[in-house]
Write a protein that binds this ligand. Structure first.
Ligand code: FAD
Length: 311
């Protein structure tokens, strides 16, 4: 079986790994410069920032098996058991940055970046992917793991029955501030706060978390703040975000800063099945809009997509 996967985030990589292990020939394309999607880590000088997913939890045996493997190989550690007191549930982080987990999943897979898929086109007995340079990757089936509005664009002109309900999912936006500090942030022993105010969804010091050599603050503005300020120019955004960060920056000085905008940060609605397959079984949709808007959901949706194709 020749399968093309669009998207090298967690879901696409997990699907690819499982399909290759089962003997399929898999090509994964991603429009980003590298793998990972929302598992993103960025360096600014000596500072390292997780700027998409910050940590993850585990609730299912399938994901637990993956996390146990990462822990055994030193790629993942328990960061804390709660951001507002110990509730007994581990929150995991990756000392090498969240993106190191995507790189691990991608090891040995045929991943092509940056390669933009333009359309998904059923063919005689199979399904092709047309790239934006008009190249065609021929195959038997396609797994689409992009956020759903992007998946809809890829499939809109394909002669296939699309259940439009699947695509009726908008996504919350997130605007992030990445700030290099001259000393640690004022964020207590854990080094992070979850929803400390109406306007802030999460704030963390990546040094305290064990990811950065120097103090490096990631702040995620809440969805409502992010929507209200989406079209502000970057300087105005940076000033607004710095004001949100001020209580956590404390006595420290911001040495350098960047702003990052996530248009498709979190699906507002999650489809009840872990993936969605066309009637002819040639196209499978997967990603965190199916099994839950988290790293674990994306992982489990990728597994479900592979199983849907393997039967
Ligand atoms: C700011 C933020 C904070 C988060 N915090 C947490 C957290 O603390 N804990 C947690 O568990 N989860 C968190 N999440 C959610 C988590 O990151 C996601 O659920 C998960 O990473 C989604 O993986 P995915 O494979 O479904 O999608 P993605 O990672 O979005 O992968 C989709 C890929 O498709 C690619 N793509 C899109 N269009 C095309 C195209 N036309 N051609 C080729 N490639 C294309 C994209 O480049 C992308 O790499 C957070 C997300 C964000 C944005």
């Amino acid at each position: 079986m020749r399968i093309t996967i669009i998207g090298a985030g967690v879901s696409g990589l997990v699907a690819g790994r499982r399909l290759v292990d089962a003997g399929a020939t898999v090509i994964i394309v991603d429009k980003g410069r590298s793998v990972g999607g929302r598992l993103a880590t960025r360096r600014i000088g000596g500072a390292t920032f997780d700027h998409g997913a910050q940590f993850f939890t585990v609730r299912t045996p399938a994901f637990q098996a993956q996390v146990d493997d990462w822990v055994e190989r030193g790629l993942v550690e328990v960061w804390t058991h709660g951001f507002a007191g110990d509730d007994g549930h581990p929150r995991y982080a990756a000392p090498g940055g969240m993106n190191s987990l995507a790189k691990d999943l991608a090891t040995g897979l045929d991943v092509r970046c940056p390669v933009m898929a333009f359309a998904v086109r059923p063919s005689e007995g199979g399904c092709d992917v047309v790239l934006d340079d008009a190249t065609v990757i021929a195959g038997d089936a396609v797994v689409v793991t992009t956020p759903l509005p992007q998946a809809f664009s890829l499939m809109a002109d394909a002669p296939i029955e699309i259940d439009r309900d699947v695509f009726h999912a908008d996504y919350d936006r997130t605007i992030a501030l990445l700030a290099v500090l001259d000393r640690p942030a004022d964020l207590g022993s854990v080094g992070a706060r979850q929803a400390p105010s109406d306007d802030v969804a999460f704030v963390a010091d990546n040094q305290r978390k064990g990811v950065s050599e120097v103090p490096a603050l990631t702040l995620h503005a809440a969805p409502e703040w992010s929507l209200a300020h989406w079209d502000d120019d970057i300087e105005a955004l940076a000033i607004g975000l710095e004001a949100l960060a001020a209580p956590f920056v404390g006595e420290a000085e911001i040495v350098e800063r960047q702003v990052k905008k996530w248009r498709f940060a979190t699906p507002q609605r999650v489809w009840p099945e872990p993936c969605w397959t066309t009637l002819d079984g040639r196209i499978v949709l997967a990603g965190d809009a199916f099994a839950g808007p988290k790293v674990e959901g994306a992982h489990n949706s990728g597994l479900a997509a592979a199983h849907a194709l393997l039967g």
